[in-house]
Design a protein around this ligand. Structure first.
Ligand code: AKG
Ligand code: FE2
Length: 237
């Protein structure tokens, strides 16, 4: 069940999204937000926010149901970003399903980026004791796959990590360089920018400060979903 919700006005700057330069994003009527949806800025530089009640229970159930049968087969599919440091399993899911699309449309409203710039959604699953060690989501310019990522969509500008269930123990998303930790709660998400704006300390560039980890799950299982927003249109392969 969704209802319309007043969104915070977000102004996207020219250096990060030329197509939306200096346009305040006004929500369109057809995009609805769950009751008690809330966007809260946690840090201005690096830009980090929490989003409460981004997903409905129905959407989370659908997304998990879509991902479950795909998890095993896609275990070996790496994204080129420190995949060896991950003991969890993951898979990509099609966006066509209405319960995936409704979440993506909200995120497009929130960030001002077209869904065309969204990478194929990745669902991750951790069993008890599994974790994802500290890493950056952005593509390393010295990495083997860098050129191909740049050809298709460019850098991962924004990460939105969504929690799809309540975890009994552990499984926080931790930012060791910032001394920040977010506990997983069903329906909530953490959003951060992977690239500094030119007016931030250090100047424009990929941001080392948003190094993060999915800490060890100590009780129950953890389901999550990565939404990565690219610089340019991402062509699904
Ligand atoms: O599990 C988490 O809390 C974070 C996962 C993550 O950083 C990733 O999948 O890239
Ligand atoms: Fe990550």
């Amino acid at each position: 069940m969704s209802s319309t919700h007043v969104m915070p006005a977000i102004t996207v700057t020219e250096d990060e999204n030329p197509s939306k330069a200096k346009v305040s994003v006004v929500p369109i009527a057809s995009v609805t937000f769950p009751p008690k949806f809330e966007y809260k800025v946690v840090s201005k530089s690096p830009r980090i926010a929490t989003i409460s009640n981004l997903l409905t229970t129905e959407e989370m159930q659908s997304i998990i149901a879509i991902a479950k049968p795909r998890l095993k087969a896609s275990r070996v599919v790496g994204d080129g970003v420190n995949s060896s440091a991950r003991s969890s399993t993951s898979c990509r899911i099609p966006r066509a399903h209405k319960d995936v699309m409704s979440v993506l449309r909200r995120l497009s409203e929130i960030t001002g980026y077209s869904i065309d710039n969204f990478e194929t959604i990745q669902v991750v699953h951790y069993d008890e004791t599994q974790e994802y060690k500290a890493h950056n989501d952005w593509f390393n310019p010295n990495g083997e796959t860098y050129a191909s990522h740049m050809k298709n969509g460019g850098q991962r500008l924004i990460t939105i990590f969504c929690y799809l269930n309540d975890v009994t123990g552990g499984g926080e998303t931790c930012f060791p360089k910032l001394d920040l930790k977010f506990a997983p709660h069903a329906g909530h998400a953490v959003l951060w920018y992977n690239r500094r704006r030119k007016d931030e300390e250090g100047g424009a560039g990929m941001d080392d400060r948003v190094l993060h980890a999915g800490t060890r799950v100590t009780g129950g299982e953890k389901w999550g979903m990565n939404v990565w927003i690219r610089e340019r249109k991402y062509i699904k392969k």
